[in-house]
Design a protein around this ligand. Structure first.
Ligand code: SF4
Length: 336
């Protein structure tokens, strides 16, 4: 055990990843990084990390912003509920609590994020087990589909005495991200290969059933007019953001009747979410209904794609496309 710990820490000290939040001690900045990394790949997260912190450098600045401003700063990073949770959290606490147990009570913080903040910012001896760490430990100890609690206990027992726990947590995460890769682990380069029981057949661990990716057929209705595009506030996973009406493909006839339009098919866009693949048929129609006022609104990436598709179609038809990022209606309007 001790040899494994020493080997991994020595490797980490020589090969740390250069990330903007490395060495950071400000708990708020660590929190923003960890929340972004929950669902966004590291390389993609970096520009959003800088943009969000430039706009909201402190918890206080975040507290004083409107949720729309917060969503706009998060725009493009996806999984917007994370940004709304951060915003709510800023309203609940003056400063981030120092312990894992207290951090866990805050909105949007699961065991991993709370442990990462507690160990990195406050030096608490608590193991942070994310997907990377789960994979590394499952392989090292040859565990097939280990239960989360059992894995956490194992990780907790592995924390080296006397070392900064944040450093150890990061060492394990880095090994998972750069060496013990999901598909092709680089075992010959691995500093803990001599201690790894799963090395003979790493693909077997952690195993477990993969969640199926479902395909969904949707339709989006782009109603455009002199003042812009009709947008409504979205619900569900895009709550707080804006978009054109989006619904299951089979609902198109009655949705169209509700608005009293005769739309044209403008092409299809595809969009991937964690466990769903969306195929969205884009329909366009000119419309002079109420509720289209100018003003920038935060849009999810899917809606940007839909509007770009509609714009391209209209431009091809010789119709002056609407400036999609500038003029959007905000008044929610239900069809029918
Ligand atoms: Fe992962 Fe291979 Fe290292 Fe084991 S030896 S921890 S499987 S990279």
């Amino acid at each position: 055990m001790e040899k494994l710990q020493k080997a991994l820490l020595a490797w980490y000290r020589e090969n740390p990843r250069s990330l903007p939040w490395r060495g950071e001690k400000d708990p708020y900045r660590i929190l923003v990084a960890e929340v972004l990394l929950q669902q966004t790949r590291t390389a993609q997260a970096i520009p959003y990390y800088h943009r969000f912190l430039a706009r909201f450098p402190t918890l206080k600045a975040l507290r004083e912003a409107s949720s729309e401003e917060v969503l706009r700063a998060w725009q493009g990073a996806g999984y917007y509920r994370r940004a709304l949770h951060l915003h709510r959290l800023a309203q609940e606490v003056e400063a981030l609590p120092r312990s894992h147990a207290e951090l866990l009570k805050l909105p949007g913080l699961g065991p991993y994020t709370a442990a990462a903040v507690a160990s990195l910012a406050f030096g608490e001896r608590v193991a942070a087990v994310d997907g990377n760490v789960r994979r590394v430990l499952s392989r090292v100890f040859a565990l097939e589909n280990p239960a989360p609690r059992a894995l956490w206990n194992l990780a907790q027992g592995l924390l080296p005495p006397g070392e900064a726990p944040g450093e150890w947590n990061q060492a394990l995460m880095d090994l998972g991200a750069t060496v013990c890769l999901p598909r092709r682990p680089l075992c010959p380069r691995c500093p803990i290969a001599p201690f790894c029981r799963g090395r003979v057949d790493p693909g077997r661990y952690p195993g477990g059933r993969k969640r199926e990716v479902r395909e969904e057929a949707l339709a989006a209705l782009v109603l455009w007019g002199r003042e812009g595009v009709y947008l409504t506030r979205l619900e569900g996973r895009f709550a707080g953001l804006y978009g054109v009406p989006l619904f299951p493909q089979e609902e198109l006839p009655w949705r169209v009747r509700g608005f009293g339009v005769d739309p044209r098919f403008a092409g299809e866009v595809r969009h991937a979410l964690t466990h769903r693949r969306l195929r969205v048929a884009v329909y366009v129609a000119s419309w002079d209904g109420e509720g289209m006022v100018p003003g920038e609104k935060p849009l999810p990436k899917l809606m940007e794609k839909v509007l770009r598709q509609a714009q391209a179609f209209l431009a091809h038809e010789g119709i002056l496309p609407f400036p999609h990022a500038k003029t959007h209606g905000v008044k929610p309007l239900e069809p029918g």
